[in-house]
Design a binder for this molecule. Structure first.
Ligand code: BGC
Length: 749
């Protein structure tokens, strides 16, 4: 049954329209179905704002890459459909705008900013991914029109979008005019990726738009509109724009339900076969034309229900946190393409054009745990993406003069380096080891041996080969990793970054460990792999040696893990003096040159290491690290607060944990900052999930523990916490009570 209750624990509600916040809500209200994502844009857009403006966008320093400030920004993204931007390299393409539905009453154009609007409400229902809007329009001609909108991207028929618009004439009479179409006048970051565009009037009944992109992908969008009584539809072609139009005299008491269905297809779709995108789109439309709207909705909603069954987190006693956590989980579910290993999840969760649709370590270290423990099939797919891009990683290593595979910092869909700024591309090498950590994380939680044998081991060996050529031998017979940027992007050239070195050791160790298991227990596969990869014993010996000789910089007197061997040599600066407005990024107050040689940290670095390997440090060491690094950490990256909250929770610093929890919860929900304007900070969404599960519930990851264990550190004001975990193919429900008593029950079904 359709959800009608606008439940405040399940719905993000906007009840006051303010143009200043529009783009932020567009990001927050993004919808997606595991195939396509769209921003939560008004169907009518804004009458004085073009979506087609051409402008120059150049790469800036990551944190402050300036996006064009527009009133609204339509966005339709099919992961994998990318093009080449002249300055930014490969980027995801914003596809033609298919949700368009414009209304005029007695020649007055409906515009949220300019018209007289009462009782405005817009809400995204996380339970079924439906975006709803309602308001009353007091027209200039004296009529009152109640408008209701509802739309969703179908989780069952993944190429389908359903829109329902209800128009009720509450008072007066007049003439309604509607334009509802597909508009190809759309740019991505100010750039036009469409090379060929055709508007189609199909049998005077359906409309379609075919596009060929600069990468030669073929895209089709086809719509069908229906209204059981009343409106007669004409089809009109304009420049790059095809639309239905209709004009009708209306009277008080008239009610109309209009439905617009759109099919979106591309030549990259998995099920493409020999059928063209246009024929596939039309097949979808022909099918739904005969179906009842209720049936279509029910099948869609059932899939959302199943996802929530496996991934919901229930928090009792703190409604605000409850909503924020469900908001994050909603976006994690929405942005994941569960069955296509040719793509992963981009850093803005396909809710905007920030970071250009590229893949970072965000996926492996911040988002992946959510999928590993709630939807292992989706997690497998994400790791498989890195296997599928191994050739790109090998090319990347070669380009830098190394052996093996070096994963790019900002990956394209093929695994090429797309980062336009050299210091990140060259130095932020931890990404390669992060991917192997994630692979092992997945393996340890699922026991998916088949995946390891067929794909994982190759990734491990090739990445290890890269590290062998990337380290330098020092005069003491040990090895150093020089010229490295760890997770903290404000110290670009360091010697032996603690985080990076530990991850590299893990990479090398686990490679040796897995090969040893194969050699001892599975000779057939061992021989196969040895032959395929030309693996020799001396190589394994070298992996072992480097792993044992790479050091984690440590100050014995202070019992302090050093971020890097040279961290203490950087200049001390007074953050308070420089950073006069903490609502803005620190980086906006300091030159890059000064920042790069000073002790100021962008995001969790040593603490990120401790989050992954807590058992390797004493409580005192974790506390020392927290107390030393946190005051000089700017949290300019949204990846930072959730990690700090987790460590604070472990240390029993409850107030700090709650403070950082709130910071993480507000990254996208805040209206004070840019929030979700350029997309969802989806790594933070994953971080928030980890903070609750690993931090407040104290579940140890499967990399650390063989059995599922809980060590609650619930904030005092929470009455109950409940969630599900999939662990080694079994599903469990974990309940933690206010007094920190808990139960772990196996879920049977
Ligand atoms: C962070 C990186 C992150 C990237 C994408 C940057 O601001 O410093 O750690 O991978 O954003 O989210």
């Amino acid at each position: 049954m359709r959800q009608n209750d606008m439940n405040s624990l399940w719905c993000l509600i906007e009840d006051n329209y303010n143009v200043r916040n529009n783009r932020k809500y567009e990001g927050m209200f993004a919808q997606g179905n595991g195939y396509v994502s769209t921003r939560g844009v008004f169907e009518e857009g804004a009458s004085d704002n073009s979506k087609d403006e051409e402008y120059m966008n150049k790469a800036g320093f990551v944190t402050v890459q300036g996006a064009k400030e527009t009133k609204f920004k339509c966005g339709t993204y099919v992961p994998g459909i990318t093009g080449n931007h002249p300055h930014l390299n490969e980027e995801i393409i914003n596809l033609p705008w298919f949700l368009e539905f414009k209304v005029w009453f007695d020649n007055e154009c409906l515009d949220m900013e300019k018209c007289s609007i009462d009782d405005y409400k817009r809400w995204l229902d996380f339970r079924d991914g439906t975006l709803n809007r309602e308001f009353t329009w007091n027209t200039l001609s004296g009529a009152q029109v109640k408008m209701e909108y509802r739309r969703f991207l179908d989780r069952n028929i993944k190429n389908l979008s359903s829109q329902e618009i209800n128009i009720k004439i509450v008072k007066g009479s007049g003439e309604v005019y509607i334009e509802a179409g597909i508009d190809g006048n759309v740019k991505t970051n100010g750039y036009n990726h469409f090379r060929d565009l055709k508007c189609l009037n199909i049998e005077n009944r359906y409309i379609g738009l075919e596009v060929v992109t600069d990468n030669q992908n073929k895209i089709c969008e086809a719509s069908y509109i229906k209204c059981d009584k009343g409106f007669e539809w004409n089809i009109e072609k304009r420049e790059n724009h095809i639309l239905y139009t209709s004009r009708k005299a209306v009277e008080e008491g008239n009610k109309f339900v209009i439905r617009k269905y759109t099919a979106i297809t591309t030549d990259r779709d998995l099920e493409v076969g020999n059928v063209s995108p246009l024929d596939r789109a039309l097949n979808v439309i022909y099918k739904v034309e005969k179906e009842s709207a209720e049936n279509i909705y029910e099948r869609h909603a059932k899939i959302w229900e199943e996802r929530w069954e496996d991934s919901d987190i229930l928090i009792e006693g703190d409604d605000k946190s409850q909503l924020a956590v469900r908001f994050s989980i909603y976006h994690l579910i929405r942005s994941c393409i569960e069955d296509d290993p040719r793509v992963a999840i981009c850093a803005k969760g396909y809710a905007g054009e920030g970071y250009y649709g590229r893949y970072f370590w965000d996926t492996e270290i911040y988002m992946l745990p959510f999928y590993i423990y709630t939807n292992p099939k989706a997690a497998r797919n994400l790791i498989k993406f890195r296997y599928n891009t191994l050739e790109g990683a090998k090319e990347n290593a070669k380009r830098y003069g190394y052996k093996g595979a070096r994963y790019p910092w900002e990956s394209s869909i093929k695994g090429d380096e797309e980062c336009p700024l050299w210091q990140f591309a060259d130095n932020e090498v931890h990404i390669t080891a992060d991917i192997i950590f994630a692979l092992w994380h997945y393996y340890s939680a699922t026991n998916d041996y088949e995946f390891m044998v067929n794909y994982g081991v190759e990734m491990m060996v090739e990445s290890s080969r890269y590290w062998v050529t990337r380290v330098d031998k020092n005069k003491n017979g040990g090895y150093d990793l020089l010229g490295v940027m760890g997770p903290d992007e404000y110290t670009p050239f360091t010697k032996n970054s603690a985080y990076t070195n530990r991850m590299v050791k893990f990479n090398l160790n686990k490679t040796v460990e897995f090969i040893n298991v194969l050699s001892a227990m599975d000779r057939k596969n061992f021989n196969k792999i040895r032959n395929k990869l030309n693996l020799i014993d001396e190589e394994l010996e070298l992996f072992r040696e480097i792993s044992s000789k790479l050091t984690i910089p440590y100050n014995k007197e202070r019992k302090l893990v050093l971020q890097s061997e040279d961290f203490e040599s950087f200049a001390d600066i007074d953050l308070d003096e420089i950073w006069t407005d903490r609502n803005r990024y620190f980086v906006q107050f300091i030159s890059q040159d000064k920042m790069y040689r000073s002790k100021c940290i962008k995001q969790a670095d040593v603490l990120a290491l401790m989050m992954l390997f807590p058992q390797e440090f004493t409580n005192e060491e974790i506390k020392n690290a927290y107390e030393y690094y946190e005051p000089i950490t700017t949290h300019d990256s949204s990846l930072s607060p959730a990690t700090h909250a987790t460590i604070a929770a472990w240390l029993g610093k409850e107030d700090e944990a709650v403070r950082f929890f709130n910071k993480a919860a507000n990254v996208d929900l805040s209206l004070e900052t840019d929030g979700a304007a350029e997309g969802i900070h989806i790594a933070n969404s994953g971080g928030l999930w980890q903070l609750i599960v690993h931090g407040f519930a104290g579940v140890k990851s499967s990399v650390l523990e063989d059995t599922l264990k809980v060590q609650p550190k619930l904030p005092k004001h929470w009455d109950k916490l409940q969630f599900s975990i999939t662990w080694k193919s079994k599903r469990y429900k974990i309940t933690i009570n206010k007094d920190r008593s808990y139960s772990i029950e196996e879920k049977l079904n």
